[in-house]
Design a protein around this ligand. Sequence first.
Ligand SMILES: Nc1ncnc2c1ncn2[C@@H]1O[C@H](COP(=O)(O)OP(=O)(O)OP(=O)(O)O)[C@@H](O)[C@H]1O
Length: 820
Amino acid sequence: MAPTPYSKSNQGHSTQLRTPQSKHRLHSNAGKGQLSPNPNLATRENHPEHPVEVIARIRDYPDRKDKPISILQTNSNTQSLWVRADFGYRDFTLDGVSLSEEEDLDVFYKKFVESRISSVKLGEKCTIMMYGPTGSGKSHTMFGCSKQAGIVYRSLRDILGNGEEEIHSNGERVGLGTFVQVTVLEIYNEEIYDLLSSNGGGGLGLGWPKGSASKVKLEVMGKKAKNATYISGNEAGKISKEIHKVEKRRIVKSTLCNDRSSRSHCMIILDVPTVGGRLMLVDMAGSENIEQAGQIGFEAKMQTAKINQGNIALKRVVESIANGDSHVPFRDSKLTMLLQDSFEDDKSKILMLLCASPDPKDIHKTISTLEYGAKAKCIVRGPHTPIKDKTGAEDSSSTVILGSRIAAMDEFIFKLQRENKLREKERNEAHKELLKKEEEVAALRARLELTEGKGSSASEEEINFMVNERAKILKQELEKKLEECQKMANEFVELERRRMEERILQQQQEVEMLRKRLEEIESELCRSRDESGEGNESKIMDASGFARRLLRIYKSQEEDPGMMKSIDMVKSMDLDMDDQESLAFEMKLVGGPICRSDNVIQEISKQPHQNTLNGVVGDDVFEPNYGDKVCLSTVYEEEEEEEMEEEHEEKVEDEVVEKEIIEEKRVCIIDQPDPAGINLSNLSSLTTSNQNFEVTPLPSRSRNRRQQQYYCKESSEESKLDGSGLIEEQETSKDSASSRLLRIQNIFTLCGNHRELSHHIDTPIPAKKRSETVDCKSSPVKTSGNDSALKDSNKENMEPPYGLSQPRFGRDSYFEAVQI
Ligand SMILES: Nc1ncnc2c1ncn2[C@@H]1O[C@H](COP(=O)(O)OP(=O)(O)OP(=O)(O)O)[C@@H](O)[C@H]1O
């Protein structure tokens, strides 16, 4: 075995076997160098070898102007390292410490590595691994930089030589370079890739760096990579170039700690087949944790976790070997699988180079790295790697080994017990905290439920209250409006009632006056009969007397307008009285019995086919559009020319006056069909066969405007009803003087003695009965006036009379028959 600085410096001194103790114990042992926790410990000559040598390599920051104050201090023998922390110093005793600020790569190589490389040339096995956090200078130490070559190239040069013959120390001549075989592997994401092979297949999938696309994935067979490519030769330059090429193929990535951080473990295996030597150079990926690497995203975190898997597995292996476990977890990672031989082969030596940063901000990583190395340094060969003496017999120091193992086990048990107490304490505190939180949660939940319950009930009550309030307001408004409506209705009813009472009173007064007037007229008529005898002649004479009397009245009216006004009022009362009386149409025939008008109408309606007016009679006889009241005055005349001539001269004056009155009262001549289907020719058959009618509307000066009156005026010429039942207007100019005289005489007779209120409809008439009555809407009587005027008049008559409690429209109808 090639001597190491540590071994050299301790060669010949008796040292105690170091067990995997805590750092304090490690430090204590290192400081004293004599004591052992186990009394069975023997001297160095008797104790087994340490397969792992640990050297600390403290990096430098040459590019920094403001170099950080180092937290690391070392002693003069460069075996102890103190770390200045807030709570004091931590010291670590290692196999060597190198400050790059003081020792460059060349010095470092010669001081700690070169002896190992020389032993490889002699057939020994050596593993040099770089361990430390990212950015601590692992790759820099392993591969070097542009100014200085790293351990890899220096080793190649040392093994292969410079192409010159070398004379070994023992006097042997070594030829031009040693034939070597070199394999370069990369362990990334727990996969092994052959960096020397660029053939397709086995490449990484999507999401991996481009440089790895053509890398060949290898499987582990036993403790080696199966079918790994190697380069062989004895020229260091050529092999170095090849290695320099594949070095660039390593997967690197920028992290917070390093712009070009190696994310994989790189393993360069150099075999010297001629002597059986082997050199394994391992540049491990950073041992930082995920947070320290600043990796973001699932993939990056998984990648860091996988990288750390190799570091963690190596740590377990180291601890397991140090603890003397029967089982060492080599197969936990590809890295430890490939390093298994390095730990188990008794000919193998491990040189662990701990790379650390003096920067205060990296103090935790630095301490962690140093702790790991200190533990690795305590590894002793276990039973599975029995150390045999030169004679091949069992080493007599096996009891010493067992003693150290027992001590380690005691310490481990003590450590576990202490950790267990700490965990138990933490668990109790966590349990208390949990109970506390649960109580808080329960209190919050109860409070929340209470709040929700209150909130819901409060909101429901609020809604009900608002609804009730609103309903109350609406109810009050409704009641107020109802009261107003009721009040208005009462006022309206009261007003109507008063008007009706006034109207009734007025009409009663008019009726009373009319009756008085009729009584006077009847008494006058009776007196006249008594004086003139019986028969038509006497009636005519009565009429003549009455006419004379009427003439006197008119004359007096001319002299006294107030008198005439009273007469008009009496006439108006006659007609108004019809409003309150039932339909009673009486026709008083001269010299004949008095016939009820409804009987006459019934008699007429019995001949619908002869009546040309029937076709226009409808149910709407009393529709308001056609007036409420119609008065017809029918005058029957009996020709008694001889008697008329006798009194011709006497009545000329009456004729003139009567004509004026008639002309004054004429408004229009009705030429509409008779709505009641009355065939006036049949009427004439009841009286005389020679009767002509001229119907004129009665002026309504003093009457209710809705009432429409018509008088049938005798014409000198026959105003025959045509086929449609129309009464044609007769021109008064053709009247002969005698007939006019007679007509006037008869009119006055009738007006004076026989004019009666004949027809008044005060109540609704059934449709059947209505068909028997006169329909003003389809009256067969033609009017000489304008139809529109009549309609307008009828429209006006649509308005209901005040003071009538009966239905307003189409209830009243007047017939007034005047016998001539
Ligand atoms: N001793 C040193 N002297 C000068 N420069 C150094 C030293 N150590 C490291 N460096 C520089 O620091 C940077 C990071 O070093 P390096 O890549 O070797 O770290 P690392 O430990 O390999 O990190 P990672 O694990 O991420 O690969 C490099 O640029 C390197 O040149």
